[in-house]
Write a protein that binds this ligand. Structure first.
Ligand code: T46
Length: 141
């Protein structure tokens, strides 16, 4: 499946009460230069967002505060990844149906993306996503 869990390079302060610093660099930790970042916040526990796939967009999802489960579906297999620490993220390749489930109130979803916002890159209907994937597989074989 087209995803990977990435552990970020993390510097822990000498005094534990000063916490840690985790860093993500475009083209190094993730295989694309970063063109956009956005944040989703103020979401109640139990709520879900997403329900779409991207045709060409690569993204890196992280949850620096709280816990969010990402349900993934490549049209054939499914998987889930729990983002619950600031030093961890999910590299999500294009053509993956994804749903974000908030496990804890006010968890923050941070996303860095390979391109600017373009609604034409979204597939927001699951049947259309399956059809899109079927055509790609047909074309490749
Ligand atoms: C994704 C997941 C992880 C913009 O105008 N510009 C933007 O850069 C973005 C990301 C969204 N929007 C608009 C489009 C909608 O009218 O903001 C509204 C909410 O977007 P959406 O319902 O797609 O939000 P989510 O949380 O379902 O999905 C978002 C991203 O849109 C999507 O690319 O992969 O987070």
């Amino acid at each position: 499946m087209k995803y990977r869990v990435v552990e970020l390079n993390t510097m822990n302060a000498e005094k534990p009460e000063l916490g840690s610093l985790s860093v993500l660099e475009g083209d190094k930790d993730i295989p694309f230069p970063i063109k956009r970042s956005y944040f989703v916040y103020g979401v109640s526990a139990g709520e879900e967002r997403g329900f779409h796939a991207h045709k060409n967009l690569w993204q890196f999802l992280s949850c620096p505060y709280g816990s969010i489960t990402i349900f993934l579906d490549d049209g054939d297999k499914t998987a889930e990844v729990i983002l619950d620490h600031a030093n961890k993220g999910l590299l999500l390749e294009p053509q993956m149906w994804h749903v974000m489930h908030w496990n804890i109130d006010n968890s923050v979803l941070c996303v860095t993306a390979s391109d600017y916002y373009n609604e034409n890159d979204y597939i927001r209907n699951y049947e259309q996503f399956k059809e899109y994937k079927r055509k790609i597989i047909e074309h490749e074989s």
